[in-house]
Design a protein around this ligand. Structure first.
Ligand code: NAD
Length: 253
């Protein structure tokens, strides 16, 4: 077991990649704090984990809300005594809008969740990691975090910011036993499209040009396996970087 007795928070754990990570982390021996807005989905994940003999606690959280984030981290410490791994995975799409079609409302909503949520949870977890001089942070970025052609301008900017935040955090705490890395998934079969409220015709057309070049889509579990690697000591020398998992999509440009 690669994560035996480690305590791991995973945000966005009710669906898609976060759910797959929660299941895999529990199979690897971690105590999982499964965090999401979707309480019904969380109950199902926790049930699945406990039925398999694993340990998990559900926590309802809106990652755009600091008091929810505080409660999420405090719950991990209360239930399991500490925190070892923080996976900032919750995220939403924009509507593929190019810059000229962005509304302030959607920009703020996407950034609150995709970017500020990552910062807030990291900031809250750091004192625990600093005290024990050990901790792992994994952020789910996107190929849209290094590439300009996969989504709308808002999502693209929000994930580029996550990549920058990941690199900075990896560097700033590299001498404190803390590692911070990101995963950049390509196109993965999840429920992410249900987070799209309205879609730009022009944006869909332009982004769609590159979507057609994806060698294939991935499964959520293929991303969860990368997360297990980054969470475990097998990646002890990997810090401040991004692992792309996209079947080679971005190697084309
Ligand atoms: P998903 O929609 O299946 O899962 C996302 C989960 O996040 C959902 O359970 C949702 O309830 C939760 N969530 C949304 N807003 C939240 C909030 N404010 N607070 C707490 N939880 C919230 O999608 P997914 O594809 O598994 O997405 C996971 C991450 O992967 C996201 O950050 C997404 O941007 C990123 N990503 C997805 C793809 C893809 O192709 N699916 C590609 C690259 C990156």
């Amino acid at each position: 077991m690669k994560l035996k007795d480690k305590t791991a928070i995973i945000t966005g754990a009710a669906s898609g990649m976060g759910k797959a990570m929660a299941l895999r982390f529990a199979q690897e021996g971690a105590h999982v704090v499964a965090a999401d807005l979707n309480e019904e989905g969380l109950q199902k994940v926790v049930e699945e984990i406990t039925n398999e003999g694993g340990t998990a606690t559900p926590v309802k959280v809106n990652v755009a809300n600091q008091s929810d984030i505080d409660n999420m981290v405090d719950t991990a410490v209360k239930e399991y005594g500490t925190l070892d791994i923080l996976v900032n995975n919750a995220g939403i799409m924009d509507g593929m809008e190019p810059a000229g079609e962005i509304t302030d409302e959607k920009w703020d909503k996407v950034f609150e969740i995709n970017t500020k949520g990552v910062m807030r949870a990291t900031r809250k977890a750091l004192p625990i990691f600093l005290e024990k001089e050990s901790g792992v942070i994994i952020n789910t970025a996107s190929t849209g975090g290094s590439n300009g052609a996969h989504a709308g301008a808002t999502y693209t900017a929000s994930k580029h910011a996550v990549v920058g935040f990941t690199k900075n955090t990896g560097w700033m705490y590299a001498d404190k036993g803390i590692r911070c890395n990101a995963i950049a998934p390509g196109a993965v079969e999840t429920n992410i499209s249900s987070s799209m409220q309205g879609a730009s015709e022009a944006g869909l057309k332009r982004a769609g040009m590159t979507h057609g070049l994806t060698p294939r889509t991935g499964s959520a579990d293929e991303i969860a396996k990368v997360a297990v690697f980054l969470a475990s000591d097998e990646s002890s020398f990997v810090n401040g970087t991004v692992i792309t998992a996209d079947a080679g999509w971005t190697s084309a440009f």
